[in-house]
Design a protein. Structure first.
Lengths: 308, 308, 308, 308
């Protein structure tokens, strides 16, 4: 039954599955790998799954454009929560293989720039060939096609391999951010450390339109955390913007920003308010707290009533 | 009885009285001249008058600081409406005086810069001495102390004088703006051509504080019509700001501006929303109309409800 | 000879003279009191005086509009330096007068609000009448017309009076700011604690024009210290702005602001760069120092040269 | 010899080669296809090629991240010019194949979303499999592996195929933008319709840092044409920005923007000023022309000299 199923970007044994398994509720769900982000999300749209976990951003590769574009178009979806997974590869080998035996290595193309320096230092002679996924690379090692595969350490058991080296990552703090996406629903209650996501289409392409949009945030003291431009498909030079800001739709400074955006943009797609994976509480200026908003609207009511 | 009395900056026969008489309700009120702006306003504060008409701005001399400062301090007052009076002096003389007979002239010091060019052209030899008010100047002509007084044409009859020349004014479009001030009350209903006045004290004197304040207006598309800085009395370099903008407190763009100011300012004093004397309807950008605000808050409610 | 003469707003014995005497060079100049600010400045314009000292701002009364308007119009003038004088009145009486003998007091109208609380507390029965200047008030006490005059303590000797009470001032930190004004010249060398003054006319009265102007300052990290609107004389609603900012015209951040204003304003009148009387050194953000400007233009030159 | 060689993203027969052949100078160069964008650019960095043509943006797929990241890191490179190529696929088949015979199709993964609607309408039963490039897809059709390949019409001859249908593209105005990249050099002379590209790293991740950066453009009236965020590699939430604006580095408004960015950013990489492929002349506000800048600096010089 659909309410008990979560889809995710497969195949099994990839980082997406590992990220999904960090969610407590994953233990009680049927987890179904899908061949692509659109397939994972379409299962949600079609009601065959309650939610889908898909990557949205990688600190080395950048935004996952398929996910961004899927969220920006088609039947509306909503982000329920996010998961941050540090990027750390293991070099998986068949049992008994020593580092000096490794002449050929494989992995997903995205893995390559993240282990390049490590390879150059530790296995300068090794030849790299790309696989369709990290898990697929592990399978190819199992089959003897390559000597080693870069994949998550958790994938070793599935393919009868051994993690020869672990925690490989060229960049410090490298991480992938995943989002759990479902059908539109009431946003989860605010936790005090929340994030709000939207997609924005500028009303007209006048110079300064983007500036105007950022000022909607700035004037209410709401920090923007990420902004990503994506083509609208209408030709070179036409973009929409995927934006995350700190705060929750029920925070009054955020709801006023959202209404402001709604007024000045041609279109706004609300993608949800959800807990920040880093659990960092935004520092809200005293004049932008809910208390300050309430005091100001009480004062306004008094002014309208002749008691200002 | 107080409800039937209006005070004004006297004495009788000045432009303030003329401005007051342009108000239809003046016909049914007892009009009492007062010796100063504070005296006129204190009568309102004390309940001895329903309202007071005082000058607030002159297109030649600038803001009337006494009025600005009285509105910014003490027991709160509110602007009920404004009156614009074109500045046009008459040269009042005793009956029988010809222009060539005029050797000495008088008038309020404020009148002098407004008739200086006319004097230089028409009566280059005439000697000017200041009087306590334009009306007082007329009295001094009546008494024979001077040959001519610059005053409103309407003052002639009161002092048994003749307007020898009328419509004298050096500057084109010169006008004085007066405000009818009463105790705080519900603002008059919006007319579509309204103005809203406040006094603002910046929270701290950080660089850019004034810019921040102006952005509260700009981001909601509300045009500022006048800004005047006044000392707070706390020392050189400390100012508050008297600001008029277009629109009415019940216009949603204006009420959001007011609440924004209330949050970011140390103090806001609401001075009223009232019809513009020039009856110019503000051109409101489509995204800032009440309809746009309502649509945006409906949309927000749908988002919060999972139906965005 | 003119180079040796300084004019000032008279008469003798007023605070303006006291302010002028704080300047070291005053000792070697012929100091000539003039009847009005325009008269003092016209002597400079006409070459009869090298400079004139006039009040420009009072922390209780606000801007001295005659001075502001004179600097904004007519033959250009320039501010060479400023003087800050704390406001402190003495109650001058004829020798032998005791406080209990004082029934009538006088002084310049501007003095009244600055001693009102003191009067209410110490001489609640005393009757106030205004004099043409504080010095004139002292003369009237000398002649026996009033019992006491509020004036500068320094005026006592001139009129054979005794300072019965000194250091009277209702407001803490009350001060008057004076400017020494001369014909346009090379600005004095920067001291590190400087101020730059301009008068600005907006190109067109579009909403947001004032905001645009403030952004010229903000984007270069230059703090505005004072902004005062003045009517242009073209009718209600038309203003120019008198603005002081920190820094010197030769500071690159300030010169870029000035050029930016010159481009976006209808007119800019440069009124000078001169040492701040308070000697406070502006804290300049590291990215806005002359070093940062020089590095940026060196970098630009390298980019243009293909070595960026 | 290197000066006569241009590299491009291969293989032969792709759109990149077609774009390169639109450049007049391509006729006199040796054109060498490379296996990847980094390989094409490294040939330039290493001096083996004078320039490389690589795709940078696609109106359907968005920014080409490899190109963006290569330009932002490593040995500096510069954009010499840009080429816009409308996206239009041909369905290439072996001679004699009819549309009804086409059961399997191939092409580069990027081609798929751009022909999806056409496929659904015309060949709803056809099975898609991805090829390494559009040209490679054509080769696979030649070899009989698939019935049809989506590629540029120009690729037909190379592989002995026939364009069965031409001008296939789901989106109107779909286009790919390519850049010709070389080693840093003096930018080409301005044409009046130019573009300037930079990569910007914010000094610190303070809220509003991006807004500050956009204001550097806005305050000088320079329109931003594209902004793309890219991860810096330092972890989730750390971005740099790839920005194109209208105008040439030698336009004074643009050079002042560049210097402003240099001051407020942690790092700025100048990527070049070059003619716009669309040949649209930017409309420059009168106050932002070179004439206006020159007049303002002349005025500043006069002010410094006491002749303002």
């Amino acid at each position: 039954m659909s309410a008990s199923r979560y889809t995710y970007l497969g195949p099994e044994g990839t980082f997406t599955e590992a990220a999904l398994r960090t969610l407590p509720e994953a233990a009680t769900r049927e987890l179904t790998p899908m061949v692509s982000v659109p397939a994972a999300l379409d299962a949600v749209r079609g009601g065959e799954a309650a939610a889908a976990l898909v990557p949205i951003e990688n600190s080395v590769e950048g935004g996952v454009t398929t996910t961004l574009d899927e969220l920006a178009s088609g039947e509306p979806l909503m982000i329920y929560r996010e998961v941050l997974l540090p990027i750390a590869f293991a070099l998986l080998v068949r049992p008994g293989t020593a580092l000096t035996d490794v002449k050929t290595v494989t992995g997903h193309p995205v893995a390559q720039p993240q282990v390049r320096k490590w390879l150059a230092a530790q296995l300068p002679e090794a030849v790299w060939e790309s696989a369709a996924s990290n898990a697929d690379g592990a399978r190819l090692v199992q089959e003897g096609r390559y000597d080693g595969a870069f994949a998550g350490e958790f994938a070793a058991a599935t393919y009868g391999l051994t993690p020869l080296v672990t925690d490989i990552h060229d960049a410090q703090n490298a991480a992938t951010r995943f989002v759990l996406v479902g059908r539109p629903a009431r946003p989860a209650a605010p936790t005090g450390a929340d994030k709000t996501s939207v997609v924005l289409w500028l009303r007209e392409d006048h110079p300064g339109a983007l500036l105007e949009l950022l000022q909607e945030y700035a004037v209410r003291g709401v920090s923007m955390m990420r902004i990503e431009s994506r083509p609208t498909g209408e030709g070179i030079g036409r973009y929409c913007f995927s934006v995350d800001c700190e705060g929750h739709i029920t925070d009054r400074r955020v709801s006023e920003v959202l209404m402001g955006l709604k007024r000045v943009c041609q279109e706004v797609r609300f993608l949800g308010s959800y807990p920040r994976a880093d659990e960092v509480t935004a520092s809200v200026r005293p004049e932008m707290t809910d208390v300050a908003f309430t005091e100001a609207s009480d004062w306004l009511a008094r002014c309208m009533d002749g008691r200002g």
